[in-house]
Structures are given as structure tokens and as C-alpha cells.
Design a protein around this ligand. Sequence first.
Ligand code: THU
Length: 138
Amino acid sequence: MNSETIERLIDSALKARENSYAPYSGFRVGAALLGESGRVYTGVNVENSSYPAGICAEQAAICKAVSEGEHRFKAIVIAGGEESAGAESLKQFCYPCGICRQVLSEHCNDDFKVIAAKSVTEYQCHDLSSLLPFSFRL
Ligand code: THU
């Protein structure tokens, strides 16, 4: 995956993050998921006053993509932190939670890239298989 594609995905995740609905945690997350078709699907965390009903940004992006007919993916960028919406640079790398790792593994090969980004120039890239080794599959 070239750096231009990664930068484009990071930009999309940071922009999407502005729509995060996180009034309870104040932790805003944006995700940008690259489909095998080349389409990009964004997602944000959407919290709920009944806390377990909230969903993560990665799951929102997967649901959006699958709803539109795309099932296989190449990469996801995650940008999350407590900074206000519109921040161009975050203080921390946000990695997918355990449930999101499992959700991603359903639709992705072992070389799927998980990219945690603070800004368009500061990011860390890992294969999903290193974040979720020996994953469960039926
Ligand atoms: N969150 C995500 O959106 N993705 C993750 O992988 C980690 C956590 C959200 C859930 C919740 O709305 C907030 O971050 C704080 O946990």
C-alpha cells in the first residue's frame, strides 16, 4: 500500500471523526475502511446513554460497507482521542478493541492493514494477524 493511499485514508478518518457521537466518554474516533473495490467507507463511534448499546467506529464502517454490498477489505485507518473535533493531530494512537479485531477478521485476509494514526504524517501500520493471532473462524 503506497503512502498516498494511506494519507488519503488518514485524512478521511480525521474528517469523519468530526461526526463522532461521544458525549459520555469524550473519546472521539473516526475510521476509514478501504474495500477491495477501492471504495472508502468511513465510520465513527456512536455512543448511547445505555452504554453497551454504543458502537465503535470500526464496526460502524464495516456495517456501512456491508450494507452497500462490499464484503472484503484491504485496510483500515483509526484515528481516536480526547481532543476536540477538527484536531489535525492527536496525542495518542488508538488501536481497535478486541471485539473490533474479531469483526474485522471476519472480512479480511491476514495481510489486512490496521493503521493507527495521529495525523497524516504520524501513523503505525500492522497486519491484522499480528493484532489477532490464531483468530476464531467457523
Ligand atoms: N472506541 C472505538 O470507536 N473504537 C475502538 O477500537 C476503541 C474504542 C470507542 C468506543 C467508545 O465510544 C469510546 O471509544 C471510548 O471507549
